[in-house]
Design a protein around this ligand. Structure first.
Ligand code: 3H9
Length: 700
């Protein structure tokens, strides 16, 4: 960081206040103090008639310093005082925006008398994504500029607006040319009229127009549905409403009260954790940024089925050419057809130009000949999930791939080291585990084998980022991180049903918790045939996955793909419908086992589902299969529809209190032992969890 986070200098009659606090000019205490001092200096500088506030480096101010929230120390001066100083000053102040003006950064800009930007700039109030709301006057000033409905929309979604949209909405006063915000602001300053400059707080027109508007109640009702269970979005509406019911200063006070209510809530702690966890995933202790990734100019994908096709799409979407190999020409034609159909659907929705679709398809070269893979820098294998098939493929790849090419397997269940052992270059072998549908799901588990070279890891992580994935490095264990945890979660769902819950109740409890989908609906999506296959393999190896109840389901019920699974489905409709046939199977199973079904509350269901994840997550962490608890949280949020506002399973456990979680897990384990139910053996408390609690630790 430079010596002074904020500096002052002069350009003609314009005083320039530059915020220079890398990486994103966040409003730390030092920056707030610097702004206070330098804006004051500018106001006192008789040689200037106006001031510009601009950011050095890649951006304007990207918001409050989120790291400061964690330490709880938001010292003086308060952001509202800085904003008041700017807004009430004797000279016009222009915010000169490039990069992003976000959160507190936009609040500073809204306190300026004018806002100008370069075309590529973006503005937004994304606090809601951190479980909080704008606490530096944003709800009060933005409402005055854009009216109630737009303010609610922007603040409850936290969307980033391009400069053109900001201009159209009246958030910005001018968008200039080029990339230099200071140049834009200085020429704008020359056009300013003489006389007093209106303060945003005094703008009354929208307040009058929207007073008593039904939009507040409408927004509350809509958020109750679409942001169910979430605390901050409703408080955002309350804060915007205060702009229309209270004088400005009282509105600011109300906003701040609501801000602190959000800050004190677990959901803010969860979402702030997710913000940093998401940025931590790329930090790998033994693969520092000094390790240079290999160059990836040509990719090959093996297997043109659903997975291979989706994987290929990721690369061509990012402009990287792909050779798509399948040994069966008919399968290859079918695969290309599916890809084309996927793109055509996006074009039909108006989300992709026909020319872009054509360009992407042209980047895919189908082939049935391994020799065509010789120039590939990265080869991703997505063939049938069978150890013998993979062995054959990797032996063949070892023959054709050029030296230095990275050989990646998309396996989700097999041992990566065993796969690597079929080549003479295990250092170049890595796992790239995509999640289905591979062109949509954001998560990528990058699996490191025992011999995988650091620059191969760096390359897989970098390429993952390039194709828009959230890449998490995981170790080579059965199921890696995500699936290893989910198999016990799915098993517990069945145990709950055996004990007395219905399939629908279990899924409902999961949805109420905030998960995108319940475990049974998820099973139907994944395919009960696939799950049966994995269960057979695991049971044969003495491992747990599912219960004997699942063996009683008619094998013809494959899930969504044939309209019959744990639920039934109407043709062309993905809505799960209860099926009496399944209820009968469950009743018969309970009767056979002499189980007297008991009423189970939704809270117990949710706890038992989530704590399977926590307990296995702790084992994964202890084994070093994930680098950080936060990495596991990111896997669950991006791969399994876990609600970010719960923080991910590991953060959820911390917020619930590790001691409470351990007590419950210990009880579930004792219950399973007492019932002689070996399928509940995964409840054996993770030693790491027990140790942390014994040591009085609050976090993983
Ligand atoms: C707020 O403003 C509250 C106020 O209303 C009220 C106050 C009273 N603070 O994302 P990147 C770090 S709430 C601290 O990889 P990109 C980040 O951790 C705030 N640190 O870059 C990372 O560090 P590292 C409202 C921050 O180019 C580095 O900067 N604002 C902050 O992909 C680079 O970040 C927001 O919610 C911050 N505010 O994206 C905006 N922002 O390198 C949050 C970033 O050590 N930020 N860092 O891992 C973003 O959305 C993106 O970071 C941004 C850049 C778009 C700015």
């Amino acid at each position: 960081m430079s010596q002074q986070p904020v500096r002052y200098d002069r350009q003609g009659a314009v005083g320039v206040v530059t915020v220079d606090s890398p990486p994103v000019n966040a409003l730390s205490q030092a920056v707030r103090q610097g702004l206070w001092d330098k804006v004051t200096e500018g106001f006192n500088d008789a040689a200037v008639t106006s001031l510009v506030i601009v950011g050095a480096g890649r951006t304007f101010i990207a918001g409050a310093d989120i790291a400061e929230f964690l330490t709880g120390g938001m010292g003086e001066p308060d952001l509202n005082d800085v904003n008041d100083l700017i807004e009430s000053g004797p000279k016009p102040v222009i915010a000169a925006i490039h990069g992003t003006a976000l959160g507190g950064g936009l609040e500073v800009a809204l306190s300026c008398h004018y806002r100008v930007a370069v075309p590529k700039a973006q503005v937004g109030l994304p606090e809601v994504k951190l479980g909080i709301l704008p606490g530096g006057g944003g709800t009060q000033r933005l409402s005055r500029l854009v009216g109630a409905k737009t303010a609610i929309d922007l603040i409850t979604t936290g969307v980033f607006l391009p400069a053109s949209k900001g201009l159209a909405l009246g958030i910005l006063d001018h968008v200039g040319e080029g990339t230099d915000p200071l140049a834009v602001a200085i020429s704008f300053a020359a056009t300013l009229p003489a006389g007093p400059h209106k303060r945003t707080r005094d703008r009354e027109e929208n307040l009058v127009a929207d007073k008593g508007s039904p939009v507040f109640e409408e927004a509350r009702a809509s958020l109750a549905k679409f942001a169910r269970g979430q605390f901050a979005p409703q408080r955002c509406v309350d804060a915007v409403e205060a702009a229309f019911t209270l004088p400005f200063d009282a509105g600011l006070k109300r906003e701040r009260e609501l801000f602190f209510q959000c800050m004190a809530h677990d959901q803010a702690k969860a979402l702030i954790h997710v913000f940093f966890a998401e940025r931590a995933i790329s930090k790998i202790p033994d693969v520092p940024p000094s390790v240079t990734p290999r160059k990836i100019a040509q990719v090959a994908v093996l297997g043109s089925g659903t997975m291979g096709g989706g994987i290929a799409m990721n690369f061509v979407n990012a402009g990287i050419p792909v050779r798509l190999l399948d040994l069966d020409q008919a399968a290859l034609d079918r695969g290309i057809g599916v890809i084309a159909k996927n793109y055509a659907g996006t074009v039909a929705k108006g989300k992709l130009a026909q020319a872009d679709m054509d360009k992407r398809l042209s980047l895919i070269t189908p082939t049935t000949d391994y020799a065509d893979l010789a120039d590939a820098d990265l080869i991703v294998e997505a063939v049938f999930e069978d150890a013998d098939v993979k062995a054959k493929v990797f032996r063949r790849l070892d023959e054709v791939a050029k030296p230095g090419a990275i050989l990646a397997s998309n396996t989700s269940t097999l041992d990566l080291d065993a796969i690597a052992a079929h080549t003479k270059r295990p250092a170049d072998v890595i796992g790239m585990h995509f999640f289905s549908p591979a062109n949509v799901m954001k998560l990528l588990e990058v699996v490191r084998g025992k011999d995988t070279a650091p620059d191969v890891i760096a390359t897989a992580m970098a390429v993952g980022k390039q194709i828009g994935k959230v890449s998490v490095l995981v170790g080579n264990c059965d199921g890696f991180v995500g699936n290893r945890m989910v198999q016990y979660y799915a098993t517990e769902a069945q145990r709950l049903v055996i004990e007395g819950a219905s399939v629908e109740q279990v899924d409902k409890a999961a949805l109420e918790f905030g998960l995108a989908m319940g475990p049974f609906a998820m099973g139907d999506l994944a395919g009960l045939d696939v799950m049966g296959f994995i269960r057979a393999r695991r049971v044969a190896a003495g491992l747990i996955y599912g219960t004997p109840l699942s063996d009683r389901i008619d094998p013809a019920r494959k899930g969504q793909k044939n309209g019959r699974g744990w639920y039934r489905y109407e043709p062309g409709n993905r809505t799960p419908l209860p099926d009496p046939e399944i209820t009968a199977v469950i009743d018969a199973y309970r009767a056979e086992k002499g189980v007297m079904p008991r009423a189970i509350g939704n809270e117990e269901i949710a706890k038992r589902l989530i704590y399977t994840l926590v307990n296995e997550g702790a084992k994964i962490l202890e084994e070093g299969m994930a680098l950080r608890a936060g990495d596991i949280d990111i896997v669950y949020i991006y791969g399994y529809g876990f609600p970010a506002w719960r923080g991910g399973p590991m953060k959820f456990a911390e917020l619930a209190g590790l001691d409470n979680v351990l007590a419950d897990i210990t009880r579930y384990h004792a219950d399973a032992v007492k019932a002689g139910d070996a399928d509940g053996a995964y409840w054996e408390p993770a030693p790491l969890l027990a140790r942390l609690v014994a040591d009085g630790k609050k976090g993983f």
